[in-house]
Ligand binder design. Sequence first.
Ligand code: GLN
Length: 486
Amino acid sequence: MTKRDLPALSIVELRDLLRRGEISPAETLQALEERINAVDDKIGAYLEHDLAAATAEAEKVDMTLPLGGIPIAIKDLINVQGQQCTCGSKILHGYRAPYSATVIEKLRAQGAIPFGRMNMDEFAMGSSTENSSAQVTRNPWDLSRVPGGSSGGSAAAVAADIAFGALGSDTGGSIRQPAALSGIVGFKPSYGRVSRFGLVAFASSLDQIGPLTKTVHDSALLMNAIAGHDSRDSTSLNAPVPDYTKNLGRDLKGIRIGMPEEYMIEGVDPVVKNAVVAAVKQLGSLGAEVVEISLPHTDYAISVYYILATAEASANLARFDGVRYGHRAEKVSNLFDHYARTRAEGFGAEVKRRIILGTYVLSSGYYDAYYLRAQKVRELIRQDFAEAFEKVEALVSPTSPSPAFKLGEKTSDPLQMYLADIFTNAANLAGICGISVPCGFAEPESGKKLPIGLQLLGKALDEARIFQIAHAYEQSTDWHKTRPKI
Ligand code: GLN
């Protein structure tokens, strides 16, 4: 293996080389830097990265730690002290984090090195990364297509071998969907499993930080690092953290997997449907028992999500007023003008749309009809999953109804973009965990391969089981071994 091939390694492979002393953390960063310089002009995943600072950190790292010397890319809404944190927004242009998120402290406590700020949809609102105010990120499999979103920079970087692994955030699918469209593994932890302290909030009752990686094993290793109780996040769960790698390699005998009948709907691309059906068969041949299951309130998930997420966003984003953070309008005539012009100039169109929608559903006269009713339906959706998980250990579905779409294809129609969240939103509403793993390729006329993702959902805090199932499936297929040619 030459140093040039180094960035193609998984975290597990890199860890073994580092442990044996065959390569140093500084050399690892250098090899990564060279690959970023060679390919990221085409991809556009990185907003910023600082080789000198990361190398200085690498030189002091304790190599006996589980992730000693491993660089991890960070979505640009997780605070790392001293580094930019723009959330892909003009309103936070130039903002630098005054402290580090708990997940960053936890990664560092295991020897990992946060390296790079990854592009994203503005404030994590979107499914294509096209809502970033900074730049376009392209799908490494086909540069005319989106990488998914909102953690599109994180996903594209891992897929293009310009990051060994990354952190993203998932409010309604933003880790799983870009992982699916970019052909990698994306994991959304159960609500409360990973601390949100230092994550810039979009919708606080739905947001979770999680890993984007090349393999399931890597995902479990990063979860080992970042999971756990944090007294600085009042929604953080005080439950013991198991070793998420402990079930890897176990077979699937005795595991029941449910196929929600409501998910086999029209509108799912036939290529995606066929890939998922084949994956379900494969799970069966690995020993799992596959049964049909019903989630009767599925039809309401998108509406409920877009009421509650926008309501919470309208409250959370009120803090960006030009007084404390980032952009500030010039030559204002009074305080109202200051707020109005700062926000008009700083926020992009999608963020404004969500603030308006959210403010509307919370306003007196509409609160009961929209916000309160959506909360009630959210409870019904939660109960659907609770009942399903009495019969099965996991649920299986496509992650996204279609493979990566073309840049610009859905930007003029926000509703089309929202509808594509059909398989991912509900997990956040219910607070359960889920993963997307590669399960095939579409090959449209361009002749380029487009990855397809399989979603597995598990009950709250049952992440070790989801890793077991996803790992067994992954190891019995070759999908994750095929890499894009850039
Ligand atoms: N696509 C969804 C949205 O636009 C999900 C976003 C997310 O998970 N951050 O809200």
